[in-house]
Design a protein around this ligand. Structure first.
Ligand code: ADP
Ligand code: MG
Length: 696
């Protein structure tokens, strides 16, 4: 598959002469990868100066000065454990003395390498010790001054690896690049930007000349970031075009069931909901496959939009699957959707890991013979023994829990089903393009008018007792409260507030009114507690983040989050999204413990100021890495090495446009530029995607 010219650069790091198994393992730990090319993608983070000094006072902290020295004498260590010292005279400054110190040493080697009277060049970090200038383990000892660079890049390292080893390995890796790498960037763009070619850019990345070369101003870095982004965008464009070229099913619907649904709804759809419902409806009706992302803030009413889509599929005689990340959520969706569906006359079933034995067998039968028109569940829906009769629409709720590859896998069930993905967390545009560039986008940018802004307050932990004492009044007024803790139980190594303790405490004060729910409970136990809270039999629900995603109890109006500083922004936003769902005024208390880091302080402040999920997502992206925003670290597309947030924001639109145009006009990547772009994709290990185009 991979062109032979690229074999050397995809060899393992161990193949470098002079690097053994042990060191190559360290590299693997550092880079998460074992191939030479990843050395080239490892960016230096700072510079090290090796100034030629003419006087001792001009040495700056951090410098590794270069001295011309003459060896005066070897000082024999008094014991085998003491360091070996060599006294020298600095030739560069009229006679100052310097001691070279070695802690681990081969005596014979040092005597041979630096006999008395030797004149040579050394460089390393110096310090003043007992009035003597000292250099321990010089980085360089050489007769040739030219061998000591003026400036060296400094790399992120891992225990056991030295900067020199990385520099050496990078140099070797540069040699493994093919001689001729064709240019894949469009000529006009190259002229406009003045970017160097790929190989030169890599060389410059590893040979910075000044601090500016380490910033986004560096043309080499810009170019490499663009290459990486372009490779990603091409992968997405290929996936997208594959999806689009595939004949799908025209799920035109009849309007009969959706019409009845409209009559049943206890509320008026928002304008945004109506708009996205019609976008989805038209997309489903055309006979190409749908791949659509539905974005909308917490509480913007995505579920009902999905129900419209599902009923349109039902009208067209097709089955639908709705997949949720948790048991709780699938049960909740099942209950709500089934209620509506029963009135409309549609058969909905629930299938999770918990349906076993006879129940499961019956469900499988209904799914296989098509009587189950809408199937709701968790991952369990997509185990191999679940066979659909006629699956033509897959809806995934709260998508950020599922990886890109899972998404592709899902669509392989059934015959080219349409795909509707709903995100729980709004995603900044840059990220949406990075991760979902293969899909069309529908956005609900409006919340139901009945929603009120949640009154959010940030309070110190010491106000806890006071807060508890206020609960009494709240409970008397019939309010329902979520109390969120970071942990389930006391764990030895942590001082995190735990739900079990808090439950015991509150339950003692308000007997029979408090429930506890956390991830370690059995599914049926969780359901029972949730149901009791929904029925208002319980007033306080002490919980961990299991309630984070999607749970909908519209009568709950108060949320208290302990140690809120431990949660990420997206998580806080999701949690808070559980309240403020009904027409009543809601309050969220973010309790924090000292000491509060700057980032944590900023997060809480953002939460207090806004409830706009898109703003929160942008802030989140600034405060943390992109990988974290989408939940777990996912495989494939999101491993950016050469790019960063700012460069991405700057370059992604151009790269996306570029990629879409290329795939449109040169679908098989056969033109000369197409060939070059294939090389680009191989260099960023997008082989899978190339194989899909070759397969046609
Ligand atoms: P999310 O977008 O977070 O998944 P849901 O779909 O769970 O939101 O909707 C939240 C709540 O808002 C539900 O109780 C739902 O019935 C209600 N809802 C949805 N659309 C509207 C609307 N247009 N007007 C009033 N309430 C609505
Ligand atoms: Mg939802």
């Amino acid at each position: 598959m991979r062109p032979p010219a690229l074999y050397p650069i995809f060899n393992s790091i161990e193949s470098i002469k002079g690097i053994g198994i042990k060191t190559s393992k360290l590299f693997k730990r550092l880079l998460d990868e074992d191939k030479l090319i990843y050395l080239l993608y490892h960016k230096p983070v700072s510079l090290l100066n090796r100034p030629r000094m003419s006087d001792i006072h001009s040495i700056q902290p951090g410098d590794r000065p270069v001295f011309k020295i003459k060896v005066i004498s070897h000082i024999k260590p008094p014991s085998r454990k003491s360091p070996y010292r060599i006294l020298c005279q600095i030739q560069s400054f009229k006679g100052d003395e310097l001691e070279i110190v070695f802690f681990n040493y081969h005596k014979d080697y040092l005597i041979k390498q630096l006999p008395e009277g030797t004149v040579c060049w050394i460089s390393g970090s110096v310090e003043l010790f007992n009035g003597h200038l000292q250099m321990s383990h010089p980085d360089y000892i050489t007769f040739d001054e030219e061998k000591i660079p003026l400036i060296e890049p400094v790399y992120p390292l891992t225990q056991g690896l030295t900067n020199k080893m990385v520099e050496f390995a990078v140099t070797q890796a540069m040699r493994a690049l093919p001689k001729n790498i064709p240019e894949w960037i469009d000529e006009t763009l190259l002229k406009q930007t003045g970017w160097p070619d790929f190989k030169t850019a890599l060389y410059e990345l590893h040979h910075p000349k000044s601090a500016i070369d380490l910033t986004n101003e560096s043309k080499a870095r810009q170019r490499l970031a663009y290459d990486e982004i372009l490779a990603n965008q091409l992968a997405l464009a290929i996936t997208r075009s594959r999806l689009k070229r595939q004949k799908g099913n025209a799920l035109k619907g009849t309007g009969e069931l959706t019409g009845r649904l409209k009559e049943l709804l206890p509320f008026e759809l928002t304008g945004a909901q109506k708009r996205v419902i019609s976008e989805i409806s038209m997309d489903m009706a055309c006979d190409f496959r749908m791949g659509r992302l539905l974005q909308g803030d917490v509480g913007s009413g995505k579920t009902i939009v999905a129900v419209f889509a599902m009923l349109q599929a039902t009208e067209s005689g097709a089955q639908t699957a709705l997949m949720c990340p948790t048991d709780i959520l699938s049960r909740q969706h099942y209950k709500k959707i089934n209620q509506l569906a029963e009135e409309i006359g549609v058969h909905v079933v629930l299938l999770t890991g918990r349906e076993k034995g006879k129940t499961r067998a019956l469900l499988l039968k209904e799914i296989a013979n098509g009587t189950a028109q809408i199937v709701i569940g968790t991952h369990a829906l997509f185990t191999p023994d679940v066979i659909f009769q006629n699956l033509k629409l897959v809806v995934i709720d709260e998508q950020h829990r599922f990886g890109v590859e899972q998404r592709l896998f899902l669509t392989q069930k059934g015959s080219a089903p349409d795909l509707l993905v709903m995100t729980a967390t709004p995603i900044p545009r840059t990220l949406a393009l990075t991760y979902y560039g293969d899909m069309d986008l529908s956005v609900i940018d409006e919340k139901p008018a009945s929603r009120q802004k949640v009154d959010t307050r940030v309070i110190p932990a010491k106000a806890r007792e006071e807060t508890i004492s206020k609960l009494k009044t709240l409970l008397q007024n019939g309010q329902q409260i979520y109390w969120v803790c970071p942990l389930v139980e006391e764990s030895e190594k942590s001082d995190l507030a735990n739900a079990t303790d808090r439950y015991n405490e509150l339950n003692a004060l308000f007997p029979n009114r408090v429930g506890l729910i956390h991830g370690k409970m059995k599914g049926t136990e969780k359901d029972a507690v949730m149901q009791a809270f929904l029925n208002k039999e319980l007033s306080v629900l002490v919980a961990t983040t299991v309630i984070e995603v999607g749970v909908d109890v519209s009568s709950a109006t108060v949320m208290i989050i302990e140690q809120a500083e431990r949660f990420g922004l997206a998580q806080l936003h999701q949690l808070r999204g559980r309240i403020g769902r009904g027409a009543d005024k809601s309050v969220c208390l973010l309790m924090y413990d000292y000491p509060l880091s700057e980032v944590a302080k900023r997060r809480l402040e953002v939460m207090r100021q806004t409830d706009d999920g898109f703003i929160i997502a942008e802030e989140d992206l600034k405060l943390r890495g992109a990988g974290e925003i989408l939940g777990t670290r996912q495989s494939g597309l999101e491993n950016l090495r050469l790019s960063n947030f700012e460069l991405q924001a700057e370059l992604i639109s151009t790269a996306r446009q570029d990629a879409l145009n290329i795939i449109k006009t040169d679908t098989m990547l056969q033109t000369p530029r197409g060939q070059a772009l294939k090389m680009l994709m191989y260099l960023f290990e997008k082989d899978v995607y190339i194989s899909t185009i070759s397969a046609g």
